[in-house]
Design a protein around this ligand. Sequence first.
Ligand SMILES: [Zn+2]
Length: 319
Amino acid sequence: MNRTSKTFFTALTSLALLFPGYSLAAIDIENGSGGIMESMLASDAETFSDAIQVGLKSGHYARLSSVKLRGLRAKTYGATVARFEYRYTKHGVEQVRVYHARSGRSVRDFIGKFDSGYKSSSDGEMAPAADEADILLDAQESIYYPADTATDIRVARLKPKPGSTIDAVHTGETTADGTNKIVHGADAELKILRRIEYDIEDNVVASGGRITGYVSKTVCASCEKAMEEFTRKFDVHGKVYHLNDGKAIGGVELPGDLAASQASSKMLAETRKDYVKSLINQDGATPRVRSWTEDASRMARLEAEEAVEGIANAAGCES
Ligand SMILES: [Zn+2]
C-alpha cells in the first residue's frame, strides 16, 4: 500500500470509528454481462419455467384460451430470476450456499391470473391475509422445483421477520385512489435476502459473509435499499451483477459495460422466450424435475468451455 492510499484508508477507518452504525462494507451493484452469466441465468430460468409447466399440468386450471396462454408465456419468460452465492466462514471453514429465486407469487397464483375459473389471491393488492395464503401455497409447491440441498436452495416466499428492516419500500407507485402502494414485496432479490436473514438468525449460515449475485434485470430502488439494510444488519458485502434491461437509444454511444450488459440482457431474453414457447402448453409434456447438481455440473462444463475459448482468443486464434 503506498503512502497516499494508506492515508486515505486511515481516514476511512477513523470515519467508521466516528460513525459506528456505518460500515465500509457494501453490496455493490454492477452491470453484468457475458456467456457464463447468461447461461447461469438461463439455466435457472428454465428450472423456474419448468415449474410453471408442471403446475399447468396439475389439473387445477380450465383450458386457457390462446390469448391467455400467450399471456402466461410472456409472464413466464419475463419474470426476474436471481441467483445469489453466499460465502461465509463457519468453524473456521469457508462454505457456500447458493440461493435461487424468481420474482412473483406462487405458481398457483402465477397461472391463476390467466384462468377464468380461478379466484386470484392478489390482483396486485397486497392484503396481508392473501399474502399469507400465497406464502403457504408457495411452500407447498416445493415439489415443482429441484430438491433443496445443503448448498442449493430454491427460495420460497417468507413472511418478513417481525421488525426486520429487510423489506420492500415504497418507490412511488400509487393505487387508483392515490394511496401509496408497495409493489416490490415479491422481488427475487428481496426473497433471497430474506431467506439468508432467516438462515443467519437460525444459525444455518454465519453473518459477515460475502455475496456474489446475478440478476436477470436491473435491480430496483427497493431491492437496493434492502441490500443496504442487509449490509448494515449482518455485515455482509460483495457484488451483485445485474443485466441492464434498459432500451438502447439510437445514436447514443453507451459506456462499454452498459452496452455489453444490454446485449446480454437481450440474448437471455431471446433464449428464455424460445424455451418457454416450446415448453408452456397444456397439451405438452410434464417436464422432469431436475436437480441443482445437474445444473452445477452443466455450469462447470460451460465455465471450462469458456476458459478454453479464452485461451484460444488470447492465443490469437480466429473463432
Ligand atoms: Zn426489486
